[in-house]
Design a protein around this ligand. Structure first.
Ligand code: NI
Length: 159
């Protein structure tokens, strides 16, 4: 278990395309555990592997509800339905928030961390999170989708 450094705005890795995971080995399990720890330490709802500097198609998502952490390996969005206008931020763009358009519902196929094929039907916040994280794997960040004029810089409150 370890918290890894988050790659931030300006880091070229955020614009690269992640590669398929072909073998879910011990290194991948450690990576997934570290991604979960890092996401939780920063109170994030999702994290893609390239945000911790690894170009592999892995995302973790936690909405802090009763469903626990969702781990998606090699995720593919196979269906999108409708749209929603949402407020969004990203751990790689600290203090930046904006309105963007996401699909209202998505269906994603992936492997879970045991290598089992799963299909997740998601709507609202979970659909937003899956869309955001799968975008990361394609080198797309939310700042490219901002509705003009809605970007805000919000400094964290001093603790
Ligand atoms: Ni992000």
């Amino acid at each position: 278990m370890a918290i890894r450094n988050i790659r931030e705005d300006g880091d070229e890795i955020l614009k690269k395309t992640a590669r398929e995971v072909d073998k879910i080995d011990e290194r991948i399990q450690i990576l997934i555990d570290d991604m979960i720890d890092t996401m939780h330490a920063l109170n994030g709802v999702g994290l893609a592997a390239q945000q911790v500097g690894v170009l592999k198609r892995i995302v973790v998502i936690d909405l802090y509800d009763d469903k626990g952490v969702l781990v998606l390996i090699n995720p593919e969005i196979i269906k999108e339905k409708g749209t929603q206008e949402v407020d969004e931020g990203c751990l790689s763009f600290p203090n930046q928030f904006a309105k963007i358009i996401r699909p209202k519902e998505v269906e994603v196929e992936a492997l879970d961390r045991n290598g089992k094929k799963i299909k997740v039907k998601a709507k609202d916040l979970l659909a937003q999170a899956i869309s955001h994280e799968v975008d990361h794997l394609k080198g797309i960040t939310f700042v490219e989708k901002i509705i003009p004029g809605t970007l805000q810089y919000i400094e964290p409150e001093n603790k």
